[in-house]
Design a protein around this ligand. Structure first.
Ligand code: ME8
Length: 520
């Protein structure tokens, strides 16, 4: 039976256009999705947009646009960005779609039938920007006697309204148990400790309002048989993960059972929404009698000059502009190498330029050009592996490179499993740098053309393995590299990623064009 993985990104709010942080999340999730495909898994990969709630309703009004048209516009901008950066999603979900409405209503009805909700007034704080109900402990003092949400710094308002509450407090102990048994894992461990602290907070674990009066929030999904209440946007949004698997659709029950399984689910999210995914979401799921997600991969944020990106500071990095300049692959590579799961990454266009010149053009591009140079490889073939000791005894630099390449795939996989993407990529960079050093030491150009095919072979083999492993990070350039090395599409999988697996003697390689041209 084929192993499966279900990978998701958060669904992004359509109140404004995407920035580099949104692209980062999508690239992390896409790298994982491609990695799992590479290693033989069937993958479902969902992304999309979160379109309901007061935040969106107000943003559309501010822009003087009908809400649906406003959502259509911004949602298509996210989709366009993800398409041009090769995000290989299988599902693009929008919460304004009828199938999602049906899934949310089914979720509500399930929770209701299981006696998980009751009518109750809410008196307290709300942050429209975070779409979150907040306790006094979540607030800090703002200017002129106002209050702000501690985590996001966003304004809050005091509310008193009739709502329907979810029995969150009942799930405190079962949730703590699920974490203790490792049924839900938050990566990295520091953020799991944050979740455990949240679970221990009586305030945070008190019953949660899961509806808002329709009189206040019209743009949303109404509570079944109670149209004066609108379903809380986070319950609505989180349910998107079920919608894409077929929840609530009587014709897709088998599909749902196939995909919605604890050990298959990886939710990739930013550190800002850990409470919603680590506390509320598994509580809703347990209450509905459904599997909890096995892994929450929570990453840190991108800053600019070590400051938070914000419209008011005018320092928001436009992902389309950087993709125009550097190309999608270089941007993906930079994000994955320098972005952090644990620590924030600091965006710098100068750094992207440096990484492009030094690592991509200077190392990988250089190795490719050398190995395919007509002067050294006049027939333009991927030569067969030289029988050890027959033509040329391997030098100590060849032995060092061979040992690196033998251990590379397993070491790479270990870092990918630990979600340490930067370390995984660094291993490939190191192997390529070693191959370039080896090439310089052996100086094949000082020999008759075509006589040091062993050096050509080792260089091509390094480039082939680098290309195979980097497919998940920069699918465009890695694919181009493999095309030029004559690696057939059926040979671009994990089993083929072994040192000595390349070169069947007749495979044609093509040199000539540089792989990473100068940035304009
Ligand atoms: O929270 N660096 O949507 P959102 C890295 N709709 N990633 C960042 C980032 C930064 N500076 N800023 C944002 C929502 N992100 C809800 C989610 S899911 C059921 C509903 C990324 O548009 C990061 O992944 O505010 C963060 O969690 C997400 O964008 C928030 O996107």
């Amino acid at each position: 039976m084929t192993a499966r993985k279900f990978i998701t990104t958060p669904i992004f709010y359509v109140n404004s256009v995407p920035h580099i942080g949104h692209l980062y999340t999508a690239v992390v999730a896409d790298t994982l999705a491609r990695w799992y495909r590479f290693t033989g898994h069937a993958v479902k990969f969902a992304t999309g947009t979160d379109e309901h709630g007061l935040k969106i309703q107000q943003a559309a009004a501010k822009n003087q646009r009908p809400v649906q048209a406003f959502c259509d516009d911004i949602s298509s901008k996210f989709r366009h960005l993800f398409d041009r950066t090769n995000i290989s999603y299988t599902d693009y979900i929008r919460t304004s779609e009828p199938k999602h409405h049906a899934a949310v209503r089914a979720m509500w009805t399930t929770l209701d039938a299981r006696n998980q909700m009751y009518p109750s007034a809410y008196h307290g704080w709300y942050s429209v920007s975070d779409e979150a109900f907040l306790t006094p402990a979540d607030l800090v003092d703002g200017p002129n006697g106002t209050k702000l949400a501690r985590d996001s710094g966003q304004p809050v308002e005091l509310m008193a309204e009739e709502t329907i509450k979810f029995r969150l407090s009942d799930w405190q102990a079962p949730l703590a148990h699920a974490y203790a048994r490792g049924q839900v894992k938050v990566v990295p461990g520091v953020r799991e400790r944050d979740v455990l602290a949240m679970l221990a907070s009586r305030d945070l674990m008190s019953d949660l309002s899961v509806s808002r009066p329709t009189a206040r929030v019209q743009w949303g999904i109404q509570v079944p048989e109670q149209p004066d209440q609108t379903i809380y946007v986070w319950l609505d949004a989180l349910t998107n993960y079920l919608t894409v698997c077929g929840f609530g659709d009587p014709e897709r029950t088998e599909e749902f059972a196939r995909w919605w399984r604890r050990d298959q689910i990886v939710h990739v999210i930013g550190k800002d929404i850990v409470k919603f995914h680590g506390v509320y979401w598994p509580a809703f799921l347990m209450a509905a009698g459904l599997d909890v997600p096995g892994e929450l991969l929570t990453h840190a944020h991108w800053t600019v000059d070590r400051t938070k990106m914000s419209k008011s500071r005018g320092n928001v990095v436009d992902p389309n502009a950087v993709v125009d300049k550097f190309g999608a692959d270089a941007v993906r590579y930079y994000l994955m190498l320098n972005g952090g799961v644990v620590d924030d990454g600091d965006w710098s266009a100068d750094q992207v330029t440096k990484v492009y010149k030094k690592e991509l053009a200077g190392q990988l591009g250089n190795l490719y050009s050398r190995a395919t140079s007509p002067a050294l490889n006049p027939l333009g073939v991927f030569p067969a592996a030289p029988p050890t000791g027959a033509v040329c005894l391997p030098s100590s630099s060849a032995a060092k490179l061979h040992s690196l390449l033998h251990s590379l795939p397993t070491a790479f996989a270990t870092h990918m499993d630990a979600r340490d993407f930067s370390k995984a990529i660094q291993l490939v960079v190191d192997a390529v740098a070693e191959a370039n050093r080896y090439f310089a030491v052996e100086a094949p150009w000082t020999h008759e053309p075509g006589t040091r095919l062993d050096v050509v072979y080792n260089a091509l083999e390094t480039a082939r393995m680098a290309g195979l492993l980097l497919q998940c990070v920069m699918p465009g350039k890695a694919g181009e590299l493999l095309d030029r090395l004559g690696v057939e599409s059926g040979q671009r999988h994990w089993e083929a990623c072994r040192f000595g697996g390349g070169g069947i003697g007749s495979g044609k390689v093509s040199g000539g064009e540089v792989l990473f041209p100068k940035i304009k």
